[in-house]
Design a protein around this ligand. Structure first.
Ligand code: NAD
Length: 323
């Protein structure tokens, strides 16, 4: 039986990845600084560890008789734009410690395959209408935020270790990912979850606040598609960073319209000041397409899965008298 370590198993994508690996027949150890917020982890073993500490990285990686066959590194201090643009020092400090200790020790322990979850935040800002950007164009680098700089450095570190050891490294640059069991309130939620929550809370015909003028262009990838991409990439021969994202690009206003359609509500948007991040995105998926991946969920299909889950969380919280 293959053994996998999932760091960040208490989080959104890590939680879904554990389920996938269990379905594929792996023995799975999940590690996180927190328990999963929304469900009981399906990992065979779940260790609560702070991976900023090197000793804890060693504990996470230690198994009887050899090493893990696969290590998936998804642990990170992260959140949506509101968090990324206010917690720069915390993000740089915490994530570089996690990745420095985990990458170094995975290589030292002789792990044969290592997955690193990077982000399209490594790229510079783009203007609407620009042609697709490819993975190699991230350098010369001009990420829009510190979170992106840390990801880029950690990518380079993982690649450097792969050259000095037998560890095969696979790196995905995720586009914005959404779905059930993701952060939906409290300040770390990303745009799709925040908009689902605001629309679930609004009356039909009511108003919701949106940061900026709603013209920023993004692609949103449904979590089931992302998990398939991670799994395929990990088992492929693709070296170097690989973009994974749904090819459907929409403005924030179009995201609002899609959620309204699924919710069966009409709402007006009120533009307020807030971090809006980059203007536009347009990334090549040619590398991930070359190994047979393609997003199966359109934005509407993914929101149809996500909105009911967030609406249920809103209702549960309000029944419990919480905001
Ligand atoms: P998440 O916040 O839900 O999961 C990250 C997990 O890491 C959390 O459960 C958190 O508790 C854990 N963690 C944080 N600090 C830790 C520490 N010191 N020790 C151990 N665990 C720690 O985020 P996610 O959306 O599941 O993202 C997973 C990975 O994918 C992250 O590396 C993230 O940067 C990357 N990513 C996500 C997106 C997205 O849209 N969700 C986009 C690009 C990249």
């Amino acid at each position: 039986m293959k053994r996998a370590l999932v760091n960040g198993a208490g989080g959104f994508i890590g939680g879904h990845l554990v389920k996938k690996l269990k379905k594929e027949g792996y023995w799975v150890r999940g590690v996180d600084i927190n328990q999963h917020q929304f469900s009981t982890s399906e990992a065979d073993e779940f260790l609560l560890l702070d991976l900023r500490e090197e000793e804890n990285c060693k504990k996470a990686l230690s198994v009887d008789h050899g090493t893990f066959d696969e290590v998936y590194q998804l642990a990170a201090d992260m959140g949506g734009l509101g968090f990324i643009h206010s917690a720069e020092t915390q993000i740089m400090h915490n994530n570089i410690l996690i990745n420095t200790h985990m990458t170094h020790n995975a290589a030292t322990f002789g792990v044969p395959r290592y997955f690193f979850s990077s982000s399209v935040c490594v790229y510079r800002d783009m203007q609407p209408g620009e042609p697709e950007m490819h993975e190699f164009e991230a350098i010369p680098a001009k990420p829009n935020n510190e979170y992106g700089w840390e990801k880029l450095y950690s990518e380079l570190m993982a690649i450097a270790y792969s050259k000095k050891s037998d560890m095969k490294v696979r790196i995905a640059r995720f586009q914005n990912c959404y779905g059930p069991e993701g952060e939906w309130h409290g300040g770390r939620e990303k745009a799709p979850a925040a908009i689902c929550r605001k629309i679930a809370e609004a009356n039909d015909g009511g108003e919701i606040e949106v940061w900026g003028d709603g013209s920023a262009i993004r692609s949103y990838t449904y979590v089931a598609d992302m998990i398939e991409g991670i799994y395929l990439l990990m088992h492929s021969d693709l070296e170097g960073p690989v973009n994974i994202g749904c090819p459907q690009y929409v403005s924030v206003n179009e995201l609002v319209e899609t959620v309204c359609e699924i919710a069966g509500k009409n709402v007006h948007t009120k533009s307020i000041d807030g971090p809006v991040g980059v203007h536009s995105r347009n990334f090549s998926n040619a590398r991930i397409y070359s190994i047979g991946w393609k997003a199966k969920y359109s934005l509407k299909d993914g929101i149809a899965e996500t909105y009911p889950w967030i609406k249920a969380q809103v209702e549960k919280n309000s029944a419990a008298g919480r905001k």
